[in-house]
Design a protein around this ligand. Sequence first.
Ligand code: SAH
Length: 363
Amino acid sequence: MTRDPQELWFDDVARRIGLADGAAFAAAFELRPYRLKQIYRAANKELLGTIDEVSTLPKELRAALLARGFSFSSVEPIVMQRSGDGQTTKGLFKLHDGNEVEAVLMEHYGDRTTVCISSQAGCAFACAFCSTGQAGYTRNLSSTEIFDQARFFARDLASRGKRITNIVFMGMGEPFHNYDAVMGAVALLHDPHGLGIGHRHITISTVGLVDRIARFADEGLQVNLAISLHAPSDRVRKTFMPVNQKFDVGEVMAACERYVAKTNRKVFFEYVMLGGVNDTDECAKELAALMRGHLYHVNLIPYNSTPDGPFAGSDEARIWAFAAILEGAKVPTTVRHNMGRDISAACGQLRAETQPKAHKATA
Ligand code: SAH
């Protein structure tokens, strides 16, 4: 499934203003292919704010498009929070139907920047430690609703002479539960006529949907795959990740082995450190046994505790002791630096703060 990103973008843009697709949009405004190219480029490469800023377009056309409600972006920033150290910026974005999603910009030392984007409003997988999971599922985002979160931060960075270097699908939602729109968003992010982000700089994180991992392997893309494993055994994983009833640890690991065999690409495993739950020496040894000898990398993630959840993060000494067991078993391991803790930058936390109850009902 490879779709032309420009076509995909105009299809989504057209639907937002009540037209069937990009072809209907072009017909309605009598836009020739070179005009479409100009508009697409102005929005996604030059990163202009509105159609009115595109000085190469006739004034009447700009006015007609504006009158119809045409806009470059499908998401509207409503809250922005910057961490004390200035390295993390978290945004809450409103969609056309009032739903809200979050995206986070992380500016690392040097020129590296990562934007974490959402693929769904809410999430259906109900991981017990995750605020988004606790709030329930509302709807899928379109490809442009996903892409436009990155576009927003690309504009913000451009105003400071910087650009997005990395994208992670680690915001709200389960990317493989909205597979086609996520692949469309990847095409938009990658498009050299737009942001031009290399596939190797994009990471999709999944709760472990086995059938979709297989499909993703068949895409033949250089996009990175990360698995939210969080526990090395069914005994532990099933206590806080309901998805384990559908795809257990053995099935997820088998899917990863097939993925590596097919793509020869490394798989990243995310492991949120929950005090007294999955952070014991025994868990570390079990995890090492699962990982050893494969093209796998473990990322240990300090837990951002959520106000109403029962979990507490492991203390730092425990995280390093856990990492030492993995490293002792020669498992490549990284302890993730916790960014944006002072602005509750973990998945779903900002929306949970601004709309604590409203979204619970949609579960
Ligand atoms: N549904 C996908 C992607 C969204 S969550 C997935 O499960 O991978 C992205 C990552 O953030 C996941 O590894 C998730 O477990 C983790 N996460 C969620 N809430 C967190 C929190 N409060 N603190 C730290 N990590 C969290």
